[in-house]
Design a binder for this molecule. Structure first.
Ligand code: GLC
Length: 455
C-alpha cells in the first residue's frame, strides 16, 4: 500500500496523537427522533418545524457530563453541530434570532459545550452546515438571485467568523452540506484565509466546494458533501474508511445504522465493530494513519443514549490498556495480517490487534524482516517467548482463553522500524506476479497434477 509522503505541521500533531474524536449531532431535530434531516426527507411544513424548534427546551443538557463521559471513554476531541441543514443555531448569533440563545432555552449551547470539553482537556471542534433549507436564495444561487445570494453568503461568513471569535481556541472545523453551491459561489477560499487569521492553529475539513468538476475526482463523502481534493486540511470519508493520499484524514461514522441524530428504536452497532473501525483507521493511511470521528446523537432532552455510553465505555476500557497501539500510532500494514486482524506501528514497535482468539498456543507471522527484541501480550502485560527463523516469527505460550472480550493485542518490539520483505509488502492482487510464479515453481512444479510434475 503506498501513500504520498507529507509532513504534518507541529500545530496539527494533536490530531494524529488523538486518533479518536466524538462527533455530536444534536439540535431540535432530535425531537422527531428520525434523523437530523427529517425536515427535508419528510418534506415537513417549514412553519410547524420552526415552531417546534423554537419551543424546544432540552432540560437535561449537561455538557460537563458529556465531556467527562467522552474523556473516560478515551476520546481526545469532539465536534459539535453548531448549525445543521435546518438552520437552527445552537449559539447566540448576532445575525439571527433562530437560536437556542434567543428561543426557549435562552442558553448558548455552543459556549457551554466548548467550555466543558476544553475544561476536561479535550480538543474542541465545531460542525457548521453551509446549506440552510430555510433560505430560497441558497438554492437559487448567485445567478438567479444575486442580491439574495449576497445576503446569504454574508450571513454564512459572518456566522463562521462569529464562532471563531467568541469562543476561544477552536481546534477543528467541520463544514458540511455544500450542494448545490461550489467554492466560487461560497468564496470558501477567502473565508478559510480569514478563519486562519482568527484561529492560526485551526484544522479545517475539505467540504469547501469543489468536487467532480473542479478536482476531477469525487472524494469520498456523502453525496453533496462538497468534498474537495485540493481544499482543506483533512479529508472526511463518510461511512467509509479510505485513505486520503494528500493529507490527514478522519473517517466519520455512525454508531447506529444510518442516521446521525438520535433515533428512537434505531439499531446499534456492537462495540467490537466500532472498535474495529478505530483500529482500521489507525492502520490505514501510511505513516500518519487515520482518525475516527465516531458519532453520537443525544436525545431531545439532552442525554447521551445509554446504548452509546455502554459501548463507548467498553472501548474506553480497552484503550486504557491498549491505547499505545492507537494514540499517536504511525499507521500499520507492515506485513500481511488479514487472516488475524489489524496492525499498527509506533517507532520500533509493531502491534498485532487480534480480531479472534483461536486458543492455539503458537502464532506465526511470516515475512517480517526486522529483528525482534521482545514480545508482550499487552492485554495482560505478560512477556511471551518467541523464535525468529529468518523472516518467520513464532510467538509462543499464548493463553487458551481470550484475554479480553474485545481485541487482544501483542506488542512486538523490534530493533528498528518494523519492515517486511517483498512478499509481506505486496499483498494479494498487488505487486509483481512473478513472485507468485516463483513460489509455485520452486515449491511444487508447473503442472496441474497433485505433485506438480508434468506428465
Ligand atoms: C452529511 C449529512 C449530514 C451529516 C454529515 C456528517 O453530509 O448531510 O446529515 O451531518 O454528513 O458527516
Amino acid at each position: 500500500m503506498t501513500t504520498k509522503m507529507f509532513t504534518v505541521p507541529d500545530k496539527w500533531k494533536w490530531f494524529t496523537e488523538s486518533r479518536y474524536g466524538m462527533f455530536i449531532h444534536w439540535g431540535p431535530y432530535a425531537q422527531y427522533a428520525r434523523g437530523e434531516q427529517v425536515l427535508f426527507r419528510e418534506h415537513l411544513d417549514h412553519g410547524e418545524y420552526a415552531k417546534q424548534a423554537c419551543d424546544w427546551n432540552p432540560e437535561h443538557y449537561d455538557p460537563e457530563l458529556w465531556a467527562q463521559t467522552a474523556k473516560n471513554a478515551g476520546f481526545k476531541y469532539a465536534c459539535f453541530t453548531t448549525r445543521h441543514h435546518d438552520g437552527y443555531c445552537m449559539w447566540d448569533s448576532a445575525y439571527t434570532d433562530y437560536s437556542s440563545a434567543q428561543q426557549a432555552p435562552k442558553r448558548d449551547f455552543v459556549r457551554e459545550y466548548v467550555d466543558a470539553f476544553r475544561k476536561a482537556g479535550l480538543r474542541v471542534g465545531l460542525y457548521y452546515s453551509w446549506i440552510d433549507w430555510r433560505l430560497p436564495a441558497y438554492f437559487d444561487g448567485p445567478e438567479k438571485d444575486p442580491e439574495g445570494w449576497a445576503k446569504v453568503k454574508t450571513y454564512l461568513h459572518n456566522q463562521v467568523k462569529e464562532l471563531l471569535t467568541n469562543y476561544g481556541q477552536i481546534d477543528h472545523f467541520f463544514f458540511d452540506g455544500v450542494w448545490p453551491r461550489d467554492a466560487d459561489d461560497l468564496d470558501s477560499v477567502k473565508l478559510v484565509e480569514e478563519m486562519r487569521k482568527l484561529q492560526p492553529g485551526i484544522m479545517i475539513n475539505n467540504r469547501l466546494g469543489y468536487s467532480v468538476e473542479h478536482d476531477g475526482v469525487l472524494a469520498d463523502g456523502g453525496i453533496g458533501a462538497g468534498d474537495s481534493d485540493t481544499l482543506g486540511d483533512f479529508g472526511t470519508p463518510e461511512h467509509l474508511i479510505s485513505v486520503d493520499q494528500n493529507r490527514l484524514w478522519e473517517s466519520c461514522q455512525v454508531t447506529t445504522w444510518r442516521l446521525w441524530s438520535h433515533v428512537t428504536g434505531e439499531r446499534w452497532r456492537p462495540a467490537d465493530y466500532l472498535l474495529d473501525m478505530l483500529c482500521e483507521s489507525a492502520e490505514k493511511g501510511g505513516e500518519h494513519g487515520g482518525n475516527l470521528l465516531l458519532n453520537v446523537g443525544p436525545t431531545a432532552d439532552g442525554q447521551l443514549p445509554p446504548e452509546f455510553v455502554q459501548r463507548a465505555m467498553e472501548i474506553g476500557r480497552w484503550l486504557e490498556v491498549h491505547g499505545e497501539a492507537i494514540y499517536g500510532s504511525d499507521g500499520g500494514s507492515v506485513t500481511e495480517f488479514i487472516t488475524r486482524g489489524r496492525q499498527t506501528t509506533r517507532g520500533n514497535n509493531l502491534y498485532l490487534i487480534i480480531r479472534f482468539w483461536d486458543g492455539r498456543p503458537v502464532m506465526r507471522l511470516a515475512d517480517l524482516t526486522t529483528r525482534v527484541k521482545c514480545v508482550t501480550l499487552l492485554t495482560t502485560g505478560t512477556q511471551l517467548d518467541f523464535e525468529q527463523n529468518g523472516e518467520e516469527l513464532l510467538i509462543k505460550g499464548l493463553p487458551r482463553e481470550a484475554p479480553t472480550r474485545l481485541f487482544p493485542v501483542i506488542r512486538v518490539e523490534c530493533e528498528s522500524k518494523p519492515a517486511a520483505n517483498q512478499w509481506g509488502k505486496e499483498r494479494l492482487w498487488e505487486g509483481d506476479p512473478a513472485r507468485v510464479a516463483a513460489w509455485a515453481r520452486e515449491q511444487r512444479g508447473t503442472s496441474v497434477f497433485a505433485d506438480g510434475k508434468e506428465r
